[in-house]
Ligand binder design. Structure first.
Ligand code: HEM
Length: 555
């Protein structure tokens, strides 16, 4: 009886899905662009939670699943690498039972989508899970967003960049103490630790010692590092924190790891509130504050309110950000700035290990300069080759490959090449980042990782240490997104990445460790297999980097 009922419900769901998909298909046909049916929606929570386990089994059946086999996998755009646009043209749409998702790979049209922020709106419901501590820039409605952005962009100034540089240099110096002339036990863990320490130092103005996975026991003997450790626990488990109501984590039968997470989440909030109180008091007494991101946020609160509200824990409104919004945005910055930079560093280190000639090429630029704390202004602009490694890594491995936008309740005209297309109201529209970044029209040998493509060769003024970077054609390269809602942390990540590369490659080289009888060619292929085998839980990352062992040697 129960089985019958489940069967009937399943059948009803299937019929509903097919009918809804056909209705959406009919609606989408009015746009006059190629359409692809997909009977399950990417936002379907049940499908999203099982597809990763299901596909390895379905793939064994050697059935051609057609377009379902391509587009129903999370992060399909990475494997697709622009194939769909080569098949369907610069604009096409996926049609599911729930929605219509237009994919665009035309520079002019992408520019329109990014610039017309109120016509092509960021779908904030998709980001609601980020509101772990309060409303933030990613979940602000289009009307509220400018207020968040103004406050949030203020601290990302040159003074903070200089601090990011110093901290990244110091963290990499410590990382090299752990790595030099040794096997690297976990590139992924160590780049995450480094990136977290740089963020914690910038947010809290407190420098923490670097902990390498190479020396796991160092940790116990270290200084009290409450803020950083609480933040690490929160970020390591943020999916659980985002989806599970907080009271579930503290239920008496909840596993100890959940209870620890709830404790860390509360502790992190308390640190933020204490920091806010300290900065508010400093402001009241006419002092400058710590100079951290929090200082800038507190200054941006309505001044009178900030001074009167010494115990700044209420959720009162201000002309700047409310207290809850400050806490929400501090979390958002940490979330947005942590794994994006760490994963990019990780990809780059593996790619460098596969390409020793690129390491030598970068190191040429470093021979006549000293990368050291205090010299950000002089040295950072000169390290074009270090930056080229970042730009090229992000071209092939952008951590955020999907930049969803949504049309408003009005149809929108969009020019794609010579055609003007009427995009329907209330549907998704996605600038195809990966397709653009590997399009052979704009990128020669587009699938080859070649940092030197970023260095201008035409200028005869160009000498090592003084080289200019190539500026790609507009909207053919946008790993930090584009338009008014682009990434405010772009420069932060560039400064951190360049400092790490500068320290790493001046006197050290990364090598893959060969198994007996393994040739250099086989090793290089093994690394490429590892970097191409990615998943997309929240961001693009290598599924199993440990299948290739690396070591770091002094030269
Ligand atoms: C390689 C490193 C990074 C990459 C590739 C990257 C990429 C991006 C992209 C593509 C977006 C737009 C997301 C969307 O529209 O859905 C974004 C937004 C954002 N990023 Fe980054 N990011 C990086 C590092 C950072 C860092 C280091 C920080 C801060 C310290 C940061 C803070 C933010 C914030 C706060 C937003 C939201 C901006 C808004 O909504 O207006 N990012 N980032």
């Amino acid at each position: 009886m129960i089985l019958h009922l489940i069967g009937l419900l399943g059948l009803a769901y299937l019929v509903w899905s097919l009918v809804s998909m056909e209705l959406n298909y009919r609606r989408a046909s009015t746009m006059g662009i190629p359409l692809v049916r997909l009977p399950v929606d990417g936002q379907n929570v049940l499908w999203a939670s099982i597809e990763g386990h299901l596909w390895p089994l379905l793939d064994r059946l050697s059935i051609d699943w057609g377009t379902f086999g391509i587009y129903s996998r999370r992060g399909w755009s990475f494997k697709d690498n622009g194939d769909s646009h080569r098949r369907y043209g610069p604009i096409w749409a996926l049609v599911t039972p729930v929605g219509i998702y237009v994919q665009v790979a035309d520079p002019g049209a992408i520019n329109e989508v990014f610039q017309r922020r109120t016509d092509f709106i960021r779908p904030v419901e998709m980001y609601k899970v980020l509101e772990v501590y309060g409303p933030c820039i990613s979940t602000a409605t289009w009307a509220e967003w400018p207020r968040h952005r103004k406050v949030l962009a203020t601290p990302f100034n040159e003074k903070i960049m200089s601090f990011v540089w110093d901290e990244s240099v110091e963290q990499t110096r410590q990382l090299l103490e752990a790595w030099a002339d040794d096997q690297i036990l976990s590139v992924a863990k160590d780049t995450r630790n480094l990136s977290l320490n740089v963020l914690a130092a910038t947010g809290f103005r407190k420098s923490y010692r670097f902990h390498s996975a190479n020396h796991p026991h160092d940790k116990e003997t270290n200084e009290s590092s409450g803020y950083r450790d609480a933040l690490q626990t929160v970020l390591d488990n943020c999916i659980l924190l985002m989806v599970a109501p907080r009271r579930f984590l503290t239920l008496s039968f909840a596993p100890p790891s959940w209870k620890n997470l709830a404790k860390a989440a509360d502790k992190f909030k308390q640190y933020m509130v204490d920091m806010l109180d300290e900065e508010t008091k400093a402001l009241k007494h006419g002092k400058t504050g710590s100079g951290s991101i929090m200082t800038s946020f507190v200054r941006a609160m309505d001044q009178a309110e900030a001074v009167s509200g010494e115990n700044a824990t209420s959720g009162s409104m201000s002309k700047g950000l409310t207290v809850d919004e400050i806490l929400g945005n501090i979390f958002a910055i940490n979330f947005a700035g942590h794994d994006t930079t760490a994963n990019t560093l990780s990809f780059a280190i593996y790619l460098l290990a596969a390409h020793p000639e690129v390491q030598d090429w970068v190191s040429e630029e470093l021979q006549s300069v000293a990368v050291a704390p205090g010299n950000y202004k002089d040295i950072f602009p000169r390290l074009s080759r270090c930056k080229a490694v970042l730009l090229e890594t992000l071209r092939l491995f952008p951590p955020i490959p999907s930049l969803p936008k949504w049309t408003s309740d009005q149809p929108q005209l969009l020019k794609v090449g010579e055609r003007t297309i009427t995009i329907l109201p209330d549907i998704g529209i996605y600038p195809s980042l990966l397709a653009m970044q590997v399009d052979p029209q704009y990128w020669e040998d587009s699938f080859v990782w070649q940092p030197s493509r970023w260095i201008q060769t035409s200028s005869n003024m160009s000498t090592v240490g003084n080289e200019q970077l190539v500026t790609p054609l507009p909207n053919t390269y946008f790993p930090w997104s584009d338009g008014p809602q682009n990434c405010p942390g772009a420069k932060f990540s560039q400064v951190e990445f360049v400092a790490v590369m500068g320290m790493l490659l001046k006197n050290h080289r990364i090598h893959p460790i060969a198994a007996p009888g393994e040739t250099q060619e086989q090793l290089r292929n093994k690394i490429w297999d590892a970097v191409r085998d990615v998943d997309m839980v929240l961001l693009l990352r290598m599924k199993d980097s440990h299948r290739v062992q690396l070591r770091c040697d002094r030269v």
